[in-house]
Design a protein around this ligand. Structure first.
Ligand code: GLN
Length: 231
């Protein structure tokens, strides 16, 4: 492009979710945040010529941190929604996701979202799943948790009947931590796309979009995808 290179070397603050496998989570040994989003934002920063200072928090804090302009960039498996786009800016979409239901392995009672009436359904506060449940399943008892791992643990302990959440996170949890204990049921409920977030009118949107496109074109995006989602 014809824009200047003036921002080279600047450090920007990045707000991320403290636990959303495999997009962002703490590596206890190194003390570093790891995951798909973390590799992606570090690669974007390299490409666009800036440094990042990553801070992790509850998911709803990331959204609020964009609205108040407290952080320069937010990356947290954040779904691009019309409502959020009224108060914050998004990059081009970088990941296709959706919502799905998890239940205990032996549960035959809940086979799809049609079976949620009268059931306790766990999810995470401030997320698209909470909105989806309150709009489409008012007859379910919605139980919100600040962290999604708490919702999965309550599901394993039988304190909630189901959990609704982002497909890649549910699938990762079901295939790893809760293998043989939890399963997914029904279809993907709502197609969603993740975007990198910014406070409104941020000058970083354009250079980040350009860097993202370069990483897609030169295969870096595929390498990162393969590392976290490859078989
Ligand atoms: N994609 C969901 C949302 O944007 C959840 C993201 C998350 O928990 N990190 O609401």
């Amino acid at each position: 492009g014809d824009s200047g290179e003036g921002s080279s070397g600047d450090t920007y603050t990045v707000a991320t979710d403290n636990n959303f496998v495999p997009f962002e989570f703490l590596n206890e040994e190194t003390g570093e945040m790891e995951g798909f989003d973390m590799d992606l934002i570090r690669a974007v920063a390299d490409e666009a010529g800036f440094e990042v200072d990553i801070e992790s928090m509850k998911f709803d804090g990331v959204v609020a941190g964009m609205q108040t302009g407290r952080y320069d960039i937010g990356i947290a498996g954040m779904t691009i929604t019309e409502e959020r786009a009224e108060t914050i800016d998004f990059s081009d979409p970088y990941y296709d996701a959706g919502l799905i239901i998890a239940v205990q392995e032996g549960n035959e009672d809940i086979q799809s979202e049609d079976d949620l009436a009268g059931k306790k359904v766990g999810t995470r506060s401030g997320t698209t799943s909470e909105t989806y449940l309150s709009e489409n399943h008012p007859e379910a008892e919605i139980v919100t948790f600040p962290g999604i791992v708490e919702a999965y643990m309550d599901l394993q302990a039988g304190r909630v009947d189901a959990v609704m959440y982002d497909v890649p996170n549910v699938q990762y949890y079901v295939n790893n931590d809760a293998k043989g204990e939890l399963k997914t049921v029904g279809d993907i409920l709502q197609g969603e796309q993740y975007g990198i977030a910014f406070p409104q009118d941020s000058e970083l949107v354009e250079p980040v979009n350009e860097a993202l496109q370069t990483l897609i074109d030169n295969g870096t995006y595929d390498d990162i995808y393969e590392e976290w989602f490859g078989e």
